[in-house]
Design a protein around this ligand. Structure first.
Ligand code: BGC
Length: 741
């Protein structure tokens, strides 16, 4: 059998791609190969780096944009090096290029993968025209700790939601090629950071993470697998040491899992200097040893670390590294270039004048729709929407627009903005000022930026509030407070915003609180004082019009929390799919006709906590209100005939209110017993459905044995073994509007 297989394999014809790569590789010197494994940012120390490009010592560049400049550097590689291998040009395109969409956490809050895919596709069109063919995103690090600044860059706390959104982004970037780019792929995605980066101790960026193998596989790896299954052409290592081994030097992650188990041929690039970081990590005595550890762990391209260019050739000559190891890495680099069509068409078209695809009507509309759907209505005592009907009774009312985020063109864009220009942002103030509305507006920001603490500024806003009927308070965080290395030790509204909210509420005028931030914040006090709360994250270029439409009822909120909102930072990490403890004792779910209804009520003990209800979050995962109301029927769970272990789970949702609206129906699962303790409940599916007022829609999901499976581990002496399986056990499955229902 073995012999037969070998014989068959040897007759499998090579693809054109493989033949091309074989032929090119056979012509390359060791130095040229190592050059392909080198990625540089020539936006500084440009002269020296350009010389390296001309010498064939660079495989990829990043942080260079603009068709002319990209083509200039590309010509050096194509026309001046011996083999003319083109560069692949990368960029941190994270949530938009010129047109900026909501931060990824806000995109997670849309629960709308089609919209996320469309945003990514339009983003790629803008970026490709500026010469970018490789985006350093999506980031699919499942995150449980809002102190960690990079929580803004991912899609929240749930592995399924993150997987779906990450895959949608990959499809959007890579699929549906542009007419004037001769390539089946528009822009390559880079799924990052592989792996376990978000579990850093204390929410401190770059920090140590300890994740048991089963948990790594249940929670943190599935979004990477989903992005690769969607076709992601590259993967980026993470900075952290995972269980004692930084990922750039981690053969278990990079070889056992990525190559052998998943059979991925995506290019593995380091993070910025994450290879040379092995020295400060205390793993390697010097950079040469770092290069050895990285190549042995199959880190294929070195971003800005210079460890491969400086040491790999010597390591080969000393016999410590085989040239075949280098060849494997170079194959991955050439494969990416081949799949992007760079060998045939290395240059990007140079548009005359302005790039016609940037800030197109289609992009701005998609950005506005994404901002609408990313906003979560957390509370509403009936004041929203400020509809004509509502305002009629007030006769010519005055609305005060205030708060440090009301008119901040740059801050509303959020973290990781390199190319989006703030002057294109439409702020809430702009939108309220310029659009037709049935009320007067008054503008007095009060606090001028999110960390402002000046009581005189609060006094100004209070004075203005006295002249108004309704107050719109745009609060939140400046962009720089979230993102890489932007971690916080508290999760309050920064500066004196809490004081400003209290002072506004004291005027007796109703306050609508709009929060524009990069993470869930602990806003319990403010929620109590507000008449309504919209949580908008950093909504991007079109945040203002989106909020105008939501507040005035032209759009209906449909966002749902992508992360649990804690009441206090002391609850962190606090996530819905945690395990229960033995205490308090098990409360069986409510049964109607023998069928469990809703999520079982469990809690985690905080016996000595001053906050009476600290066992509950401020808002659970999956939560969000609408201007209408939805009623869920009882869930039915039916085995599917002839498909052992498969079930159809269905419910009917009725829009019982006055507004046509979208609702996110969520399928949750819990097993009653099993080989290991399992989470309180887990999201197994979701659908965003549009339901006109007064109508009903049936939603159905297929629950598979794979959905019910999880990773098990057994030890035999020093050996351990993991495997994926579903327990044969009773389970509960229910369709609900959020994880706590
Ligand atoms: C970040 C990456 C980013 C890279 C390139 C690093 O510091 O961790 O996410 O893609 O820089 O800018």
């Amino acid at each position: 059998m073995f012999i037969l297989l070998v014989v068959l394999c040897s007759f499998t014809p090579k693809t054109d791609e493989e033949l091309f790569i074989d032929s090119l590789l056979s012509q390359m010197t060791l130095e040229e190969k190592i050059g392909q494994m080198n990625q540089l940012d020539p936006s500084y120390e440009s002269e020296a780096k350009e010389a390296l490009i001309r010498e064939g010592k660079v495989g990829s560049i990043f942080n260079i944009v603009g068709a002319k400049e990209v083509n200039r550097l590309q010509r050096m590689a194509v026309e001046q090096t011996r083999l003319g291998i083109p560069l692949v040009v990368a960029r941190d395109v994270i949530h938009g290029f010129k047109t900026i969409y909501p931060i990824p956490l806000g995109q997670g809050a849309t629960w709308n993968p089609d919209l996320v895919e469309k945003a990514a596709s339009l983003t790629a069109q803008e970026a490709v025209y500026s010469g970018v063919r490789w985006a350093f995103s999506p980031m699919v690090d499942v995150a449980h700790d809002p102190r960690w600044g990079r929580v803004a860059e991912g899609y929240g706390e749930d592995p399924l939601l993150t997987s779906v959104m990450g895959a949608a982004t990959v499809r959007g970037y890579q699929q549906s090629p542009m007419t004037n780019i001769l390539s089946p792929v528009k822009m390559a995605a880079c799924v990052k950071h592989f792996a376990g980066y978000s579990v850093s101790e204390g929410g401190r960026d770059y920090n140590t993470t300890w994740i048991p193998e089963t948990q790594l596989r249940d929670i943190y790896l599935p979004p990477f697998k989903a992005a690769l299954d969607a076709g992601a052409l590259s993967v980026m290592c993470s900075f952290n040491a995972l269980n004692g081994l930084p990922s750039s030097a981690n053969p278990h992650l990079n070889i056992d899992i990525l190559r052998n188990e998943w059979q991925s041929d995506a290019l593995l690039v380091s993070d910025w200097g994450s290879g040379s970081d092995l020295v400060p990590h205390g793993l390697c005595a010097d950079k040469k040893e770092a290069a050895l550890r990285c190549i042995n762990a199959r880190m294929e391209m070195d971003m800005q670390g210079n460890i491969y260019t400086d040491y790999l050739a010597d390591l080969v000559r000393e016999g410590k590294v085989q040239e075949s190891q280098i060849d494997e890495c170079v194959r991955s680099v050439l494969r990416l270039k081949y799949r992007l069509g760079l060998f045939e068409n290395p240059y990007v078209p140079e548009p005359d004048g302005e790039n016609p695809l940037c800030y197109s009507i289609e992009s701005l509309q998609a950005a506005e729709q994404a901002a609408v759907e990313s906003a979560i209505l957390l509370k509403n005592d009936g004041i929203l929407p400020l509809s004509e009907e509502y305002l009629h009774a007030k006769k010519n009312p005055t609305v005060l627009i205030c708060g440090p985020m009301a008119d901040q063109k740059k801050e509303q864009l959020g973290t990781w903005i390199f190319d989006g220009e703030a002057e294109h942002s439409v702020t809430p103030y702009d939108a309220f000022y310029n659009r037709e509305k049935p009320f007067h507006i008054l503008y007095e920001p009060g606090l001028t930026y999110s960390r402002d603490k000046d009581p005189k500024h609060i006094a100004k806003a209070v004075k203005a509030a006295k002249k108004a009927d309704i107050i719109l308070f745009f609060a939140g965080e400046e962009a720089i407070l979230s993102g890489e290395a932007r971690c916080r030790t508290d999760l309050n509204l920064p500066g004196a915003q809490t004081e400003m909210m209290a002072a506004l509420a004291k005027t007796g005028k109703p306050v609508v609180l709009v929060v524009m931030a990069g993470r869930p914040l602990t806003i319990g006090r403010e929620v109590e004082q507000a008449a309504a709360v919209l949580y908008a994250f950093h909504g991007g270029t079109m945040a203002g019009p989106a909020l105008f439409d939501l507040i005035t009822g032209k759009a209906v909120p449909s966002g749902k929390t992508p992360m649990t909102f804690p009441k206090t930072v002391g609850q962190v990490p606090f996530y819905y799919n945690r395990h229960n403890t033995g205490r308090p004792t098990y409360e069986p779910p409510v049964l109607i006709d023998d069928i469990p209804v809703g999520a079982p009520q469990f809690s985690v003990g905080y016996s000595s906590c001053w906050l009476e209800t600290a066992t509950e979050p401020l808002f659970p995962f999956g939560f969000g209100l609408s201007y209408t109301t939805f009623e869920y029927s009882r869930t039915t769970v039916e085995p599917i005939a002839d498909r052992e272990g498969f079930y159809t789970v269905s419910a009917t949702i009725t829009n019982t209110g006055k507004y046509d609206a979208k609702e996110v129906a969520q399928l949750y699962f819990r097993q009653k017993s099993g080989a290991l303790v399992r989470p309180i409940c887990e999201l197994k599916g979701f659908q965003k459905v549009f339901i006109p007022a007064g109508e009903s829609r049936k939603v159905s999901f297929v629950l598979t044995p794979e959905d019910r499976g999880y990773w098990h581990e057994a030890h035999n002496g020093m050996e351990s073994r993991v495997w994926f399986a579903a327990d044969e056990t009773e389970f509960e499955a229910w369709i609900a509007p959020n994880s706590a229902k």
